[in-house]
Design a protein around this ligand. Structure first.
Ligand SMILES: [Zn+2]
Length: 80
């Protein structure tokens, strides 16, 4: 592969990964707008430690999630 071909290949890959990130953010935004976790149907909450970070309210260990009597859930996503 020539240098130019390599550079073009890198640009193509970057474009693809940017597109994947954009789609993932869009998907997260749709979930956040719905207010319901797509995995377990619980509510959602924002994690203020990073901008745009949303998690299922059942995310995390006992004592962190909203209802410790219900199973934990690992849904999370970013809107930005
Ligand atoms: Zn959930």
């Amino acid at each position: 592969m020539t240098r130019a071909q390599k550079a073009a290949e890198t640009r193509r890959r970057n474009r693809e990964s940017n597109e994947r990130i954009r789609q993932a953010r869009e998907e997260t935004s749709r979930v956040v707008a719905s207010g319901v976790c797509p995995y377990c149907g619980a509510g959602l909450r924002r994690n203020s430690s990073m901008a745009g970070w949303w998690q299922c309210e059942q995310f995390g260990a006992e004592g962190f999630r909203k209802d410790s009597t219900k199973p934990s859930c690992d849904w999370q996503g970013f809107t930005q």
